[in-house]
Design a protein around this ligand. Structure first.
Ligand SMILES: [Zn+2]
Ligand SMILES: [Zn+2]
Ligand SMILES: [Zn+2]
Length: 207
């Protein structure tokens, strides 16, 4: 039985470092690029391994070393509830232990090119999934991948958390702008030019 190596190490990942985490790859979403910090099935952030992404059969026999919560999510179960805290860098509410997904991805993108200069912990090599794990998904060249963004009502504190398509080279502000615009267009939120957001209940009636 194959035992998978954990995902590549990043000091900015918050997924359990002893497991290989799985990334949901919805049909219409391109795969996250190798080396990116992306949201895994267990709702924690892990680094996408090098090599072709492979599709796992949820009902087939799975290799050892996989994150149990990712497997549960892949099989249609609920990922574990993660406690909400406040991001120490941008004060957004987050389920990523005191540093939000955007701030972690931003820090990771800066750190990643410098990683060779630092010593990675043993056993955290960039190993692709073994070929017998399943058929390869044709790799897509799109630089976009999904990330989790929370927008907060500046009046009542109501939160809306969703997955949005972002590029690795987008700044935190640009990523947040994607989420704010989507909420305005689809959910009746209001987004003001000076950076305030209001939930549908507290949005000014559109004129
Ligand atoms: Zn996981
Ligand atoms: Zn943050
Ligand atoms: Zn509100």
């Amino acid at each position: 039985m194959t035992r998978l190596d954990p995902n590549p190490h990043s000091p900015h990942a918050d997924a359990d470092p002893q497991y290989r985490h799985l990334f949901p790859t919805p049909v219409f979403f391109p795969s996250p690029p190798p080396g990116a910090l992306a949201l895994a099935g267990c709702m924690a952030l892990a680094v996408v391994p090098e090599g072709p992404l492979v599709e796992a059969d949820p009902d087939g026999e799975l290799p050892e070393g996989l994150c149990p919560a990712c497997v549960t999510a892949m099989r249609g179960g609920e990922p574990p509830a993660r406690p909400v805290s406040t991001c120490r860098a941008c004060q957004s509410p987050t389920r990523h232990d005191g540093l939000c997904a955007l701030c972690r991805q931003e820090a990771h993108a800066k750190w990643w090119p410098t990683r060779d200069a630092q010593s990675a912990p043993a056993g955290q090599a960039l190993a692709p999934l073994p070929p017998e794990f399943g058929p390869a998904i044709p790799s897509k060249d799109s630089p976009y991948y999904p990330t989790q963004i929370t927008v907060v009502c500046d009046h009542c504190g109501a939160e809306d958390t969703g997955d949005y398509m972002v590029r690795e080279d987008m700044t935190r502000a640009e990523r947040l702008a994607v989420a704010r615009q989507r909420l305005v267009e689809t959910k009746g939120w209001e987004s003001t030019a000076d950076g305030d957001d209001f939930c549908p209940e507290h949005a000014a009636p559109s004129t």
